[in-house]
Design a binder for this molecule. Structure first.
Ligand code: URA
Length: 173
């Protein structure tokens, strides 16, 4: 209840997956379907994301999926920076507990907040960086793929790189 979005949400969308996950995916904020179910990435974007996971043989139950914001912003708008500031501590605690070996930002908003404030998703997606104790990368947000299917080729390559990294480093998938 640290920001006004708690007044308009249906459910808190905290996160889902394995507490000992090696890979943690981080999106931006719950949408309508996530708000109604309390589970991240279950709407159209989430279903598309699931297809990549399934194709690569990555199980949703072995990874962890969360968002920067735990409550749905109105009308599907981007999370505001004051809302991110209010909520980010929950994500920090999640990262500390799960202690993933790879963090994958889903989309620009997440990469800006988690990797660096001048992240350029169009030129930097799919590259791996080390920040503190964590290896991180970012891919296009699945919603961006729905808006612009031409990005799907890049998404597949990036997700394949993530799988390769996981196999090479023995990460649980
Ligand atoms: N988009 C996100 O960033 N997160 C969700 O959980 C759903 C859609």
């Amino acid at each position: 209840q640290k920001c006004p979005l708690c007044k308009t949400k249906t459910n808190t969308v905290f996160g889902v997956g394995a507490q000992d996950a090696d890979i943690m995916f981080i999106g931006e904020a719950p949408g309508e379907n996530e708000d109604l179910t309390g589970v991240p990435f279950v709407g159209r974007a989430g279903q598309l994301f699931d297809k990549y996971l399934e194709y690569l043989g990555i199980s949703r139950t072995n990874v962890y999926i969360a968002n920067i914001l735990k409550c749905k912003p109105p009308k599907n708008r981007d999370p505001q920076s004051d809302e991110q500031d209010a909520c980010i501590q929950y994500l920090r605690e999640q990262v500390k507990i799960i202690d993933p070996k790879l963090i994958v930002c889903l989309g620009r908003i997440s990469a800006l907040r988690i990797i660096k404030p001048d992240y350029k998703i169009t030129s930097e997606h799919g590259t791996f960086v080390k920040k503190g104790r964590y290896v991180m990368t970012a891919v296009y947000h699945p919603s961006a793929l729905l808006r612009d299917p031409k990005k799907k080729d890049d998404m597949l390559k990036d997700m394949e790189k993530i799988k390769e990294y996981a196999v090479k480093h023995g990460l649980k998938i």
